[in-house]
Design a binder for this molecule. Sequence first.
Ligand SMILES: [Zn+2]
Length: 358
Amino acid sequence: MITIEHDGQVHNPLGGAAYIFEEVILNWISKQTHKSKINISIGAQPNSSLHFGTLTVFSLAFALGAKLREELSKDTEVFFEVIDTAPFKTKEIEGIKYQISLRASGVADLYLVQYEELLAKLSSLTRIRYQLRRQEEFNNQTCISDLLHKIALNKNILAPILDPEKEKLRIRVACQKCGLTDKQSVKTIIEDNSIQSYCPEHGWFNTKYTESSKFEYNTPLRNLIRALIYAEDNKNTDNGFEWLRITGSDYAGFYQEQLLYKPASLLGYNAANLPIILYSPLITDWSGAKLSKSLYVKSGAYQYLPSYIVNYEHFKERFGESGVEKLYKEVLSWVENPYKLFRNYSVYYFMDLFDNAK
Ligand SMILES: [Zn+2]
């Protein structure tokens, strides 16, 4: 095994967005938004303890909220969209993959405690309010039914873009009796006003788009639906707020261009109304790949790293509350010096920051 050697010098070379937004990002965001209140949206699947990637995304949301309030007098609030419909486990029955979600398995509740603790801590540091919203609540908004109807009418355009492999529009509803869900929408039949779903134990069932709280989607479709609902909120002059999203930069570039902006345009939406997405730097392993929660959970990856990097419980045990404060200050410095935002950070950068200071 090679030892990773370095000289301890941190360079922040300019290029791309770092060059354009080297010193100023807040004013630009302010000019691109038009209402007095900004809801800063973050999302995560509560399938395990938080790792450094999630910690930095959450910290960035509060840091941006705090700076927008301090420097530009914007009212800001953090919204955590809880993706509790993500799979907890999958099983194959008659050649079809069915999933049981984090919500149905109860796993979401198990880990949400840690997420809520972090949110409360960041909120007390910044005095920025926050809310959690489960998928059921998000989908329960009245405008979702119309959007699902519109998406169903355009399924032949959207499916090949959003599911290049199977070309299925991945809308699904869990069996209300046992929670089994046709993960890849293989048997699911999308009709103009409802979908027909199949449970291997309980048979066929029909769900109308007006029962929108029951619906679930795969990640690209959820990403599209969320952006379009946010866009409608942004356009609405009566509600007093608009949305800005923060997500990991593994979703930047090709992903959003092909899987969000293109389908949004095909559905007739104006890209100027879509929410700004600010990308949080990736936290990368020794090879430059992003840290993965699911790899850590499923295959015991990252044994070579101190466990606090991938497990928030261990992070708290080791560094206590001041650990969160220290991480927050680091992320705040990215907002204050935006050339630090448009790059990635390796786990060794943070190990240097935390281990050497202790
Ligand atoms: Zn069933």
